[in-house]
Write a protein that binds this ligand. Structure first.
Ligand code: NAP
Length: 287
């Protein structure tokens, strides 16, 4: 029986990245839909849950993607509302690669470091990757701050994180470099998840700090999000701090994304969001 993955994208054009990884993760056929939202998803879900027998249902799976995490989350929840008894198929949420990217980054960061009680900041943490990185750091017991250029947007993101994941993160506005330098003074961990090609922090701030221990930068497009961190860094010692760059953890991100797709076809009841994907990432980085 063919393994079918229905790629439900909230954008007008489905992500070709997600399509490729779906095949690489083991799908025999990927059906990509664009502009999917809670209002138009019903017939697609009915077609996936009412067709195959209970034993065969694990060969059908759903993937929710797109650039907007909020839209992805709404769709993800609407889909689950349609499931009942065994009329369900496995489902994964990874809007803009948020879960797999953040999980790879934080799993590597915490592989050899216990971060409970540490202060962590996710600079430009209002995007999909930053939001999920904040959740995972908080679940590890860190005191997490997220920043954005506007307080109201950052506050909304912090509220959404609390309502979805029951963890508190502190929202701060940091529109200028000087604001981020000040915040960095009290941090043990610095994560930058700014938009591609946006420099968020200068080199001097972290290189001169006696407090900062761990740094990660998700941006792979020059200039780097944290000046002085190289994209290939993977637990590199720089100025006595351990550094991770976007490609340094990007290889794990890709492997994790593929692993998630593979797992979707193992049963018809798997639901993969931040917690489950982070657990898988932690498992993959175990020695
Ligand atoms: P995003 O949504 O594009 O941007 C994140 C945040 O950056 C935005 O919410 C915004 O926050 C801030 N921002 C945007 N333009 C800015 C500007 N001109 N100056 C200062 N801040 C600005 O990012 P994402 O999708 O979460 O991805 C985060 C990063 O991870 C990106 O660089 C992406 O390319 C990278 N990525 C890496 C991998 C990997 O495997 N390494 C995978 C996926 C993504 P405010 O509006 O609140 O200020």
């Amino acid at each position: 029986m063919k393994k079918l993955l229905f790629q439900l994208d909230t954008d007008e054009q489905p992500s070709s990245f997600d399509t490729v990884v779906a095949y690489d993760g083991g799908a025999d056929h990927v059906v990509s839909y664009a502009s999917i939202c809670p209002e138009n998803v019903k017939p697609i879900i009915e077609g996936t849950i009412f067709t195959r027998s209970p034993k065969e249902k694990k060969n059908t799976a759903l993937f929710v993607g797109g650039s907007n995490l909020e839209a992805g989350q709404s769709l993800f929840h609407a889909i689950q509302k349609q499931f009942f008894s065994n009329f369900r198929v496995s489902l994964m949420l990874d809007s803009n690669g948020a879960n797999t990217t953040a999980a790879a980054c934080i799993a590597l960061l915490t592989k050899n470091h216990t971060i409970t009680g540490m202060n962590a900041v996710v600079f430009a943490g209002t995007g999909p990757v930053g939001q999920r990185a904040a959740v995972m750091l908080a679940k590890e017991g860190a005191n997490v701050t997220i920043t954005g250029r506007q307080l109201d947007k950052t506050q909304k993101v912090a509220d959404a994180i609390e309502s979805h994941f029951s963890v508190k993160v502190t929202p701060l506005a940091a529109p200028e470099l000087i604001d981020r330098k000040k915040i960095a003074e009290n941090m043990d961990i610095i994560i930058a998840t700014g938009a591609a090609g946006i420099q968020i922090l200068d080199a001097k701030t972290w290189q001169d700090s006696s407090r900062i221990k761990l740094l990660a930068d998700a941006n792979a497009t020059p200039p780097s999000g944290i000046e002085g961190i190289e994209v290939m860094d993977r637990a590199v010692d720089r100025f006595g701090k351990i550094s991770f760059g976007a490609i340094g953890f990007g290889t794990l991100k890709l492997a994790l994304h593929r692993k998630c797709i593979e797992k979707l076809f193992e049963s018809n009841s798997l639901v993969l969001d931040a917690n489950e994907i982070y657990a898988l990432a932690k498992d993959m980085v175990k020695d």
